[in-house]
Design a protein around this ligand. Structure first.
Ligand code: KIV
Length: 278
């Protein structure tokens, strides 16, 4: 794909048909979006995980539509090639009217090309209606952070009833028009089965290698959040300590007056300075 040509839903679905794995990553600001786009990520998620990694909350629940709109604007300015998915925050799609108004905001004001919402059966009508209105919708099954106080922070679909319900809900989301689905914290073999049974891309996080793609949180893969990465993540770089060292060097150089130097400072002619007065 050429730089500047934005990935489409059709491109992602063609990747699945070709068996080409789809990498996806969260992004929350201009600079990281620029880097992610340059690295060739075809799809970026302005996730409500920003509530934790950007805002410092314990959960994603306090995130508002305006938060996601603002961060989507930053990401859209940095990423000319990736398809940008904006998360619909907790309770922002509780009614059809809210879902329509808020997805309009995320796309028309934020600049997203798609939205993501969590859940199966309860959101099918919403997915159908948004899709009919021209909103590409990504589903999110398995562990759903917005429902964590109901379902617990644990792997989903481990027993027969749970596994059957998960496959049925994935198929129902596809039938309702979802263009792709995130599967979070699901046993690998079940995620493989779901991926094989759906024609739309299934993007896993903590769901094994046999999904059609993977999504990760920026801070988790770069070592910028928490002492150790969650089990479903890998640190592709450990930038936290690198930044700590750089910041300590900055502090000590300012104190020691070894920064800034003449090279960092512009000059003024002496006679002009004299005329400035005391
Ligand atoms: O908000 C987020 O970052 C997400 C991913 C974990 C899929 O929903």
């Amino acid at each position: 794909m050429e730089f500047g040509m934005r990935t489409t839903v059709a491109d992602l679905q063609a990747m699945k048909r070709r068996g080409q794995k789809i990498p996806m990553l969260t992004a929350y600001d201009y600079t990281s979006a620029l880097m992610a786009d340059r690295a060739g990520l075809p799809m970026l998620l302005v996730g409500d995980s920003l509530g934790m990694v950007i805002q410092g909350h314990d959960t994603t629940l306090p995130v508002t539509v305006d938060d996601i709109v603002r961060h989507t604007q930053f990401v859209a300015r940095g990423a000319p090639s990736a398809l940008i998915v904006a998360d619909m925050p907790f309770m922002s799609y509780a009614t059809l009217e809210e879902a329509i108004a808020n997805s309009r905001k995320l796309m028309a004001v934020g600049g997203a090309q798609a939205v993501k919402l969590e859940g199966g059966k309860p959101v099918l009508e919403t997915v159908r209606r948004l899709t009919d209105l021209g909103v590409p919708v990504m589903g999110h099954l398995g562990f759903r952070p917005q429902s964590q106080h109901q379902i617990g922070l644990q792997v989903q679909g481990k027993d027969l009833a749970g596994a059957k319900a998960l496959l049925a809900e994935a198929l129902a989301l596809e039938a309702a028009g979802a263009f792709a689905i995130v599967l979070e914290l699901v046993p690998g073999a079940l995620a493989a089965k779901v991926s094989a049974n759906l024609t739309i891309p299934v993007i896993g996080i903590g769901a094994g290698a046999d999904c059609d793609g993977q999504v990760q949180v920026w801070h988790d893969i770069l070592g910028l959040y928490g002492d150790k990465p969650p089990r479903h993540a890998k640190r592709f770089a450990d930038l936290g300590p690198v930044i700590d060292t750089a910041l300590k060097a900055y502090v000590s150089e300012v104190r020691a007056m070894t920064f800034p130097t003449d090279q960092n400072t512009s000059r003024i002619e002496a006679d002009i300075l004299d005329q400035v007065g005391s």
